[in-house]
Design a protein around this ligand. Sequence first.
Ligand code: SP5
Ligand code: ZN
Length: 342
Amino acid sequence: MKTVFSGVQLSHAPKHEISDGELKPAVEIPSRAEMVLAAVKQRRLGDIFEPDDFGMRPVRRVHSDGYVDFLEGFWEKWTAAGRQSEAFPFVWPVRSLRADPVPDHIDGLLGRYSMDAGTPLGGHTFAAAKASANTAITAAKLVMDGEKSAFGLCRPPGHHAGADFFGGYCFFNNAAIAAQWLRDNGLARVAILDVDYHHGNGTQSIFYGRSDVLFLSIHADPRQEYPYFLGHADETGEQAGTGFTRNWPLPLGTDWQAYLPALEDACRWLLVYRPEVLIVSLGLDCFEKDPISGFKFTSEDFFDLGRKLSFADIPTVFLMEGGYAIEALGTNCVNVLEGFET
Ligand code: SP5
Ligand code: ZN
């Protein structure tokens, strides 16, 4: 399987995150991608390619102009205001407050275009997020051009980012951008299967009213786990998209055996929908030793996950999302990809 990766993605290097009531060391760090890249090379998964530059048009097909402009111009505004350290939002336009007009002040902008305080923005974030989106599109293009599968080694991840907000370590929604790009380049039906431990709230919200992109997500129950405010079983789409979103929230402690029925259910939906391309939002944070998560996958289970995903011979684009057990990340990720090819 071919891998797409850009070193520019390493330039986003957050120092801290706000979680569990503390300013803690960041977990979404460059070494995640380096570990996966090392495993791809060591296990000879296949050739590694730099992404093509698709410009900002495909990104703007998914994200609002206001949001893209905000991310692009952010660091200049932030430093012009005398700030030097990485940025965190701390005030949001929640229920009964107004999201519009968009504030002028940098702290207002941060809150207007974010969903949490756990996702620091730095001087290289925009460039890295753009490279990550290009990585995703390039992997999608490989598959559209005839590869049976491809791996976009994306970082930062994407699935928590919505049309006009960042959060959950995500800035541009790589899976959504790749799906939209495939639609804009002639495909009629694309499916996204999100197996990250956390619900892909950004991806779901982007496609919630649409039937041309099926969104399926298996994740920790939002009653108990981040992102808390989306991902319940009764969310199945709206208007033209009714029936084209499906969620499998599972309890903390779920292991591979308990996960399997949900995965098989999701596979049945894929068979019915018959997408021309499947995009897998590949989080590796269901791992038993993941430092922020509560599922119980072993490294071997990831191999079985990959094998299951090859069930219907659908051309498949794997895009990396979360996963924070740095030492095992490369092994777990390549296990999925090798399992798929077995
Ligand atoms: C892409 C992705 O996986 N994003 C996840 C963002 C999760 N951020 C919230 C982290 C909260 C951590 N609390 C962990 C408590 C365990 N002791
Ligand atoms: Zn996750």
